[in-house]
Design a binder for this molecule. Sequence first.
Ligand SMILES: Nc1ncnc2c1ncn2[C@@H]1O[C@H](COP(=O)(O)OP(=O)(O)O)[C@@H](O)[C@H]1O
Ligand SMILES: [Mg+2]
Length: 383
Amino acid sequence: MNTSGTGGAAPVVGVPDVRIAGMTKCFGDVVAVDALDLEVARGSFYSFLGPSGCGKTTTLRMIAGFEQPTSGEIFLAGEPVAGVPPYRRNVNTVFQHYALFPHMDVARNVGYGLRQKHNSKQEETRRVGEALELVRLNGYERRRTWELSGGQQQRVALARALVNHPTVLLLDEPLGALDLKLRKEMQLELKALQREVGITFIYVTHDQEEALTMSDVIVVMRHGRLQQLGGPAELYERPVNRFVADFIGISNPIEGRLLWHDPATGSGRVESERGLRLEGLVTDRNARPSAGDAVVVAVRPERIRVELLAGAPVPAAGWTRVEGRVSQGTYLGEQTEFRIATGLAGEVIARRQNASGGGASGVGPGDEVAVSWEDSANLILVA
Ligand SMILES: Nc1ncnc2c1ncn2[C@@H]1O[C@H](COP(=O)(O)OP(=O)(O)O)[C@@H](O)[C@H]1O
Ligand SMILES: [Mg+2]
């Protein structure tokens, strides 16, 4: 990450929209946010992802100005904002519970912020029209908010935030109250909207799939601490620790000890507790593990092949193979998920893409199978 705090020199690239430096927030004994450092580049879709209570909302509330950091600093467009009240920050927030004004129609709800800032009636009408157009609710100006569906109400809340032309839009689990199908639609719409308006979005969610779908950059948090920051593919394919690997997807953890590691390339060799030898990559480039350290090898389920043991080919060099028995096969539409009890690797979860026209393809519960994966699928996690 590029932190531009060296010697007061002007940053080479544009000033980040949001910069957080050593930010900590305590509520009594609870450390809600712990020494957070990050920069949010202009125009990006950023997500904070982590389980409930990890400090996502608190971080957002400090950026918005509803909460003051216990220590550390926040910069918006390069300016420190300590003591600047929320309404003087060029930031707007959309909450899960959008709190529209029930006694106002849609247009008056959306224009609320503009009236507060004493814009002319003409200006208000024009900008409300623009904002409603963006969320595809033009024509709904005179509707009562309680006549609208949940998804439409959330669009009104979005328009109400966008109408102020904020530099940064903060969204705190805004789709949490919607049903799954609508949520999926709104995810794609929000992403498209963000591209269209070019405003920086900072989005909070505990839903990994949601974060993967929408974000340019994801910040994974746990107990107030940043675990990993990266693009969706990077987090999934190169999680730096066991928490990130488990939180984003299925990881098939195999516990063992590091036998050998080359810091230059990241390659390593692990012996599992049950004596399986695994070659792979230490994903955390900053880690300096030593031989003998306890590690976990993670293998993503789509990297794992499952074949009936009778007739399975001899494993090629560069592959790991274990034997087991299928305990469960679950048809998931596009994929089938197999749970396999193996002696050497414990329970293994594999997912196979279903070919068009048929689901099963021969393997089912009770079958003796060969389970195999390439060395390149082995992610060696040090912590
Ligand atoms: N106003 C508050 N007073 C006391 N504790 C709080 C307050 N707000 C948040 N917390 C605590 O801070 C931690 C982080 O909370 P929060 O930021 O809401 O997490 P998240 O949004 O990730 O679920 C939790 O342990 C929560 O109980
Ligand atoms: Mg929250």
